[in-house]
Structure formats: structure tokens, C-alpha cells
Design a protein around this ligand. Structure first.
Ligand code: NAD
Ligand code: DAU
Length: 353
């Protein structure tokens, strides 16, 4: 038995591959283009492990996909690969359309051709699991009910629009061709291997370097934070027992403003790695807001709990402490990802704010 994972060198994909192989012996073929966000170092623990087959390539390469599917005969495709950062999508939306929309289309077509030619039993067992985001639902007013799976799609950024388009393609490939798909829409993840362009790791690495902690606008935007290991366990449950053609929302029941998040990170750093220069909060700086910034996301995760019995195992207090400790223990990983292209990104996104 084999899984084909796309984007398994990124933040969530690498956590998923590591968790999967820690729990079972089913081979993972990991297809990743190694963009700035993909990092083989995340998978260093699997070096020499025959259960992990890494393939450097693009989900838009149909010939490569056909070859991998024919050679490895996976029982499922888990599709994590994407351009994932909202701010980058504002500066350069083209890559988001290319990978998230066109890439997903190419992957669906390859999966459809492979699945159509399978024997009856393998066809029935095959799954195409599409990993998506709560951002496709748009922004919630304060006090409005959290997103359910039937909430209208109202994407507001180039990133969320491209993910919404990919969700629609996945849905259509099920309804039109019968491809056995599963879609999960998850809230904001945090944890090990999170690239420091996103809020939580950026705040940790900047604070450790004594650099400003840039909060966009008033910092009252709300996100629903989930520890990445809990996202991985939810995906495993949906893959194993989710109903074909269904969507499952995944969230942490953990709404927090960005300001609260930054204060929590600062409190932990003051405890675990105090600075002689004073409390970490001295570094907080309010900067120009993100254009089109969604005010609030919140996930109603009752369906996955009702149908599959899944609930997050970590509280925010336990998950964020583990996360801050992981960054303190992995200064070498942080130093490596802060390469020239990372510094270029910081200049692009923050210099004019
Ligand atoms: P990430 O940016 O950390 O990693 C993306 C990975 O995909 C990288 O390894 C990159 O090299 C690879 N990739 C990009 N383009 C590719 C291509 N054309 N072909 C092959 N590989 C390619 O992203 P992440 O945060 O790990 O997110 C993974 C998935 O989960 C995405 O689909 C994202 O939309 C979704 N998601 C993320 C979050 C979150 O909070 N990070 C929440 C919900 C859903
Ligand atoms: O909701 C799920 C989504 O969460 C995923 O689909 C995306 O892939 C993932 O990147 C994340 O999107 P966000 O835009 O919510 O995450 P980000 O970490 O970029 O920002 C979180 C909040 O923090 C957001 O309101 C913007 C704010 N922010 C972010 C950065 C990088 C700041 O205030 N300052 C910053 O420097």
C-alpha cells in the first residue's frame, strides 16, 4: 500500500509525512517542487528510510504524474502542494493560479486517468484527498456563527480565490467523473517547521533576534489556531473513514486576535529565553494593514466530531509552548531558512509598511 503526497516538504505536508510514518509502515511517495517553502531538512529524520520516496517535481508536470502513478500504484493521493502565503499572493498572484488552480487541475486529470483504469476493488478504495483552507469562506463579522461546510464561498485574496477555485475543481471531478474525493478545509495551523513568513514563527524568530514584531493594522483580526499535529490526525481520520464527496471543516475551537497571539508568544519567550534588553512586547510595532485583510475566521468543527469522532488533542496553551520550545531548540533550521531569498521577501513585504 502506498500514498502519493504532494507538497510533503512544506510545513503541514512534512508534519503529515513524519506523523504517518511514525504510526504505520505504508510507503509515502512525496512529490514536491521544493519552492522557497519546501525544505528537505524537515524530512531529515527519514533519511535512509525506504518507506519514504522523495521525488523532486511539479504537480503541473503531467508526464511525471502519469509515471509516478503507474510506477507506485498509490491507493490515495493527498494533495498538500500549494502556494500558501496570503501576502505573497498580493505581491505576485500568478504563481498561485499556476500551482493552486492549474496544478490541481493537472493532478486531478492524472488521478482520474489512473483511477479509471484500476480494477473494481482498487477503484472503490481509491481516494483523492484535497487539503484546503477556511479562507475560501471569506471573512466573518464579530459574533457571526463560525463557518460550517455549507457556508457560501466568498474568497477575498488571490490566495483564497485560487484555493476556492481548486476546491470547485475537486468537487466537479467527483460530480462529473465520479472521482472519489475528500476535501478538508482547515483553520490556521502552527507548530514545528512553520516557515517564518507566517505570523507565529515570524514573531518568534524576530523576537529572538531583537527585531520589531510587525502587527498589521489594529491587530484585532481573529484567527482560529490549530496545532499542526491535530490537523494531521484529522486528515488521517477523514482519509480512513470520511464519506466520499464530502467536505469536512477542521479547526481548533480557539479564536484569538493577532494581538493576543503576539502577547502569548512574548510571554513564553520572556519565560524561556529572557532578554537583557527587557520584555519582548517592547518590540511590538503596528504597521500598515494587509490590503483586503479578512477580519475574522472561525471553524465550526462539529461535523468531523459527529461523524468521525475527531477533536483536537492539544490546547493552545500546550501547543504554543511546544512550538516556541521547538524554535528555541532548532536555531540551525531557522538560520538555514533565513537565506537570501527570505531576506528579499522581508524587504518586499515590510520595507514600505
Ligand atoms: P507551505 O507553503 O509550507 O508548503 C507548500 C509545499 O508545496 C512546499 O513544500 C512547496 O515546495 C510545495 N509546492 C509548491 N508548489 C508546488 C508545485 N507546483 N508542485 C509541487 N510542489 C509544490 O504550505 P503549508 O502551510 O504546509 O500548506 C499546505 C496545504 O495546506 C496548502 O494546500 C494550504 O493551502 C493548506 N492549508 C494551510 C494552512 C496553514 O495554516 N498553513 C491552513 C489550512 C490549509
Ligand atoms: O486560515 C488558514 C490560512 O492561514 C491558510 O490557508 C494559509 O495558508 C496560512 O498562511 C494562514 O493564512 P493567514 O493569512 O491567516 O496567516 P498569516 O500567518 O500570514 O497571518 C495571520 C494573521 O496575522 C493575519 O491576520 C495577518 C497577521 N499578520 C501576519 C504577518 C505575517 C501580522 O499582523 N503581521 C505579520 O507580519
Amino acid at each position: 500500500m502506498t500514498l502519493l503526497v504532494t507538497g510533503g516538504a512544506g510545513f503541514i505536508g512534512s508534519n503529515f509525512v513524519l506523523d504517518w510514518l511514525a504510526q504505520c509502515d505504508e510507503t509515502v511517495v512525496n512529490l514536491d517542487a521544493l519552492t522557497y517553502a519546501g525544505n528537505l531538512r524537515n524530512l531529515a529524520a527519514l533519511q535512509g528510510d525506504a518507506r519514504h520516496v522523495f521525488v523532486h517535481g511539479d504537480i503541473g508536470d503531467r508526464a511525471l504524474l502519469d509515471r509516478l502513478l503507474a510506477e507506485h500504484r498509490p491507493r490515495a493521493v493527498l494533495h498538500f502542494a500549494a502556494e500558501s502565503h496570503v501576502d505573497r499572493s498580493i505581491h505576485g498572484p500568478g504563481a498561485f493560479i499556476k500551482t493552486n488552480v492549474e496544478g490541481t487541475f493537472t493532478l486531478l486529470e492524472a488521478a482520474r486517468a489512473y483511477w479509471s483504469a484500476l480494477g473494481e476493488e482498487a477503484r472503490a478504495a481509491f481516494r483523492f484527498h484535497h487539503v484546503s483552507t477556511d479562507e475560501v469562506y471569506g471573512s466573518l463579522a464579530p459574533g457571526a456563527p463560525a463557518f460550517t461546510e455549507s457556508h457560501p464561498y466568498e474568497p477575498n485574496s488571490p490566495y483564497s480565490a485560487s484555493k476556492a477555485a481548486s476546491d470547485h475543481l475537486v468537487r466537479a471531478w467527483h460530480h462529473t467523473y465520479g472521482l472519489p474525493v475528500l476535501t478538508t478545509n482547515c483553520s490556521n495551523n502552527y507548530g514545528p517547521f512553520h516557515f517564518p513568513e507566517k505570523l507565529i514563527p515570524l514573531m518568534i524568530v524576530n523576537a529572538l533576534a531583537g527585531k520589531p514584531l510587525p502587527i498589521y493594522g489594529d491587530g484585532q483580526q481573529v484567527r482560529d489556531w490549530l496545532y499542526v499535529g491535530d490537523h494531521c490526525s484529522a486528515i488521517r481520520e477523514v482519509l480512513a473513514r470520511g464519506r466520499v464527496g464530502e467536505t469536512y471543516n477542521i479547526g481548533g475551537w480557539n479564536e484569538q486576535t493577532n494581538k493576543q497571539i503576539v502577547h502569548t508568544v512574548c510571554g513564553l519567550l520572556d519565560e524561556l529565553r529572557p532578554s537583557a534588553a527587557g520584555p519582548c512586547t517592547r518590540l511590538i510595532t503596528h504597521v500598515a494593514d494587509r490590503p483586503g485583510h479578512d477580519r475574522r475566521y472561525a471553524i465550526d468543527a462539529r461535523k468531523i466530531e459527529r461523524e468521525l469522532g475527531w477533536r483536537p488533542a492539544e490546547t493552545f496553551a500546550t501547543g504554543i509552548r511546544k512550538t516556541v520550545q521547538w524554535y528555541l531548540d532548532h536555531a540551525d533550521w531557522v538560520a538555514e531558512v533565513q537565506s537570501g531569498s527570505y531576506r528579499d521577501w522581508l524587504a518586499t513585504n515590510y520595507a514600505a509598511r
